[in-house]
Design a protein around this ligand. Structure first.
Ligand SMILES: NC(=O)CC[C@H](N)C(=O)O
Length: 366
């Protein structure tokens, strides 16, 4: 069945529909990862977006039980050059088509994804719609222009209530702004005693859980749509070590007086080089963000840049000059992508131990 993609600038692509049969609207973005489509599909940070995968063949190793980053995928649509209907892998349970049908997500294949990506790179991220081949282009463009930008994605994808993920090690409160499960897995692998809490948790509620450290997860949308988080962050800063990832990094920056801005087309893929300014080392990182911390806004803050993207020089990591707190814009949990920066979770645990030691020394000196 033919299906068309109409962009708000009037560009039309005609391809084959797969997955669920339904019209959809979303922000059209592109991801340059060569593998890892299952993790990208199920990453809650993509809530409300139509995801274009630039790798030309998608689905050849199927969809399995183990690689989901959330239970319910939150993307509005998927665009690929070619979708594989006969996956071959010992872990495969479904084809991408079967999975998208089951999760009620429409897909579009057979279009020139390179051309689409070039349009997004030139004009910036655009709104787009999947619609029936007979739909009137002008009507769809008008509908796209009238469709408001989503503001409540974090509320949609965050956990509704707190839940434990017990371990014998450090107690870590993990604030779920739309968490990829890879973050929880990394903490579990290090035997942390984790409590996952919803996005609108207060500082008092976090401190009442007696955490050794607090993590802020990734999540969808504009960080300015989550004002409640800023009060929470200010309330715990300096009282407990903090580690933030992606949206968590952006919220940490906002809470410390910095600003965030929307990027032209963002960084999305598993192949983004980042330089650690402290060690001088370069790592290949997994990224998925459309906003960034504004460089000029750091002047009046106590934040220092620790990492930079080598493709465009934007900020990829921050640390607080006075308190034990650091954040990164990229994904050290990978899922999907390279694990070069996985050691940041160990650095977080080391920071927790140093903080505990200092607190004990202070107590002894009193
Ligand atoms: N992966 C994320 O946490 C993304 C953060 C934010 N939604 C952005 O697009 O920049």
């Amino acid at each position: 069945m033919k299906r068309q993609l109409i962009l708000e600038d009037g560009t039309v692509f005609i391809g084959e529909g797969f997955g669920y049969e339904e019209d959809t609207i979303g922000e059209v973005i592109f991801n340059t990862g060569m593998t890892g489509y299952q993790e990208v599909l199920s990453d809650p940070s993509n809530c409300g977006q139509i995801v274009t995968l630039t790798y030309p063949l998608i689905g050849n190793y199927g969809i399995n039980r183990d690689d989901f980053e959330s239970i319910t995928p939150a993307i509005n649509g998927l665009i690929v050059k070619e979708v594989c209907d006969h996956p071959s892998n010992f872990r495969s349970q479904y084809s991408v088509d079967e999975y998208l049908k089951a999760k009620k997500i429409p897909g579009l294949s057979g279009i020139d994804t390179r051309k689409l990506t070039k349009i997004i790179r030139k004009f910036g991220t655009l709104k787009g719609a999947f619609c029936h081949i007979d739909a009137n282009v002008n009507d769809v463009i008008q509908k796209l222009q009238e469709t408001p930008i989503l503001t409540d994605q974090v509320k949609q994808v965050s956990t509704k209530g707190s839940y434990p993920s017990p371990g014998r090690g450090h107690r870590v409160v993990l604030v779920d702004f739309g968490m990829k499960h890879g973050i929880l897995r990394e903490l579990n692998n290090r035997d942390c005693d984790v409590v996952v809490v919803p996005y609108n948790v207060t500082a008092e509620e976090i401190l009442s859980l007696s955490p050794d450290g607090v993590m802020f997860s990734n999540g969808p949308g504009n960080p300015k749509n989550v004002p409640s988080a800023l009060e929470m962050i200010k309330g715990i800063l300096g009282k407990v070590p903090i580690f933030g990832i992606c949206l968590g990094h952006q919220l940490f920056a906002l809470a410390n007086g910095a600003d965030t801005v929307k990027m032209k087309f963002g960084h999305r893929g598993s192949n983004h080089p980042v330089k650690d300014l402290i060690t001088g080392k370069v790592a290949i990182t997994s990224q998925n963000h459309g906003y960034t911390v504004d460089e000029d806004s750091l002047i009046s803050t106590r934040l220092e840049v620790t990492h930079r993207a080598l493709n465009d020089g934007t900020i990829e990591g921050l640390r607080h000059l006075d308190y034990p707190a650091f954040t990164v814009q990229y994904h050290p949990e990978a899922s999907p992508g390279p694990e070069d920066t996985n050691g940041l979770f160990n650095e977080f645990l080391q920071m927790i131990e140093n903080f505990k030691r200092k607190e004990e020394e202070l107590c002894q000196n009193v």
